[in-house]
Ligand binder design. Structure first.
Ligand SMILES: *[C@@H]1O[C@H](CO)[C@@H](O)[C@H](O)[C@H]1NC(C)=O
Ligand SMILES: *[C@@H]1O[C@H](CO)[C@@H](O)[C@H](O)[C@H]1NC(C)=O
Length: 388
């Protein structure tokens, strides 16, 4: 038998060239019937709307497989709050490619009026946060316009305008093309947060906090009524009764972290949303879990269905009146065992619905959008293949 001892470099090079030749020049050899039938199965799957986490992951896996490492380039033409976040920098490499995504995904902020046609043509999609800011027409047929909004319909009707400017919508609702929850961090890391130590509380100190920048009808009546029974430490623009400077260690932080720092000083946080719409739960809910405290909730009617565990939060609406709720909270801070029952979820398996919320989240938003653009591109190119 012929054996090559220390084959020369040119031998490997020849093999390499041969492989390249097979792949590039003879696609017919590579596209075996088996591959084609797998591809048809995959294409069918790609067109179905996922209903659960497994199906979402499957969609993303197939997209990445069929996308074959092709780049998706997204220009942000209306950034609003989105482009000002500090944590955004952490998500991108220096060349503005998203780290940790199975699609090579490039995000750049662009001023529409300075964008030359030639450059506009390079974009696979233009993304607008809340407000549309788009050229009169697309630079090419398959280009996508994306709207991203996490505002509730009641507060920003124009953000949910049902016009047909946009091909892809990313909103907090399950029904949108790229559902996006307000979860901003890796929820697996919430497990290791130490639960608030209720034994440290002094006799008459408040044990629930509240931060809001404007009144809503519910907040107005509820917070005032609650205060008739227990003290509420309020730090927001409205109804402030506690100064931030009592926690000097919090003042050193950026605004978002400073807020979380002060609310972490209390075992409960009043998580009262602006409005009650299905799936609308903001950082007012999710951050509490990350801080080792328990949220006291008023918000989306279906919140209970997507918590990490049914016993991870307290629902205002579960109580016949505010006084009963106040008594219960008072009881919990006096009985550590009972309080810690609201933290047991940290050691337990998360519910499937919660896992889905944390996968389809602000934390993974950019990659999920790129996957959607890639998915539509694959489907459209496949349709073109069939037509010709
Ligand atoms: C997800 O949904 C599909 C289709 O309804 C179902 O067959 C599958 O068992 C579900 N998976 C899980 C983990 O619930
Ligand atoms: C404290 O809470 C635990 C767990 O819920 C309960 O079994 C116990 O009876 C409570 N103790 C008192 C004094 O209420």
């Amino acid at each position: 038998m012929l054996r090559l001892k220390n084959p020369p470099i040119s031998f490997f090079f020849a093999i390499f060239i041969l492989i390249i030749f097979i792949f590039i020049l003879s696609p017919g050899w590579v596209k075996t019937p088996a591959y084609e039938s797998v591809k048809i199965d995959y294409m069918t799957k790609l067109m179905e709307k996922p209903t659960n986490l497994t199906e979402w992951k499957q969609r993303h896996y197939i997209t990445s497989f069929l996308n074959k490492n092709r780049e998706v380039r997204i220009y942000i033409t209306a950034g609003d709050w989105y482009t000002y976040q500090d944590y955004l920098k952490l998500k991108f490499k220096h060349d503005e490619t998203l780290a940790n995504c199975d699609i090579p995904c490039i995000w750049q902020v662009k001023t529409l009026k300075d964008l030359r046609y030639k450059e506009l043509r390079k974009a696979d999609a233009l993304l607008c946060v809340n407000q549309p800011n788009l050229p009169k027409k697309k630079a090419w047929n398959g280009q996508k316009f994306i709207q991203y909004t996490l505002e509730p319909t009641t507060h920003c009707p124009q953000c949910h305008d049902k016009n047909d400017l946009f091909d892809i919508r990313a909103t907090f609702t399950e029904g949108s093309d790229v559902p996006t929850s307000y979860i901003r961090t890796d929820a697996e890391k919430w497990r290791i947060k130490t639960p608030f130590n209720v034994k440290k509380l002094s006799q008459n100190s408040p044990f629930i906090s509240f931060v809001a920048s404007h009144w809503t009808k519910f907040r107005q009546t509820f917070v005032k009524d609650l205060q008739d029974h227990i003290p509420v430490a309020s730090f927001g623009k409205i109804h402030r009764n506690t100064e931030w400077k009592i926690y000097p260690e919090c003042l050193k932080l950026g605004l978002f972290d400073a807020k979380n720092c002060v609310i972490s000083k209390y075992p409960f946080y009043l998580s009262i949303e602006n409005s009650q719409e299905d799936d609308y739960s903001t950082e007012k809910l999710w951050d509490a879990f990350d801080l080792g405290i328990v949220p006291v909730i008023w918000g989306a009617p279906n919140t209970r269905s997507y918590l990490p565990h049914p016993k991870s939060a307290i629902f205002i609406n579960d109580f016949p009146d505010i006084e009963t709720l106040a008594h219960y909270l008072k009881y919990l801070v006096k009985n550590e065992t009972a309080y810690l029952e609201y933290h047991k979820w940290r050691t337990m398996e998360f519910t499937d619905e919660f896992k889905k919320k944390s996968y389809l989240s602000m934390y993974n938003f950019e990659c999920n959008v790129c996957r959607e653009v890639a998915r539509l591109r694959i489907i459209e190119e496949h349709d073109d293949d069939i037509d010709t």
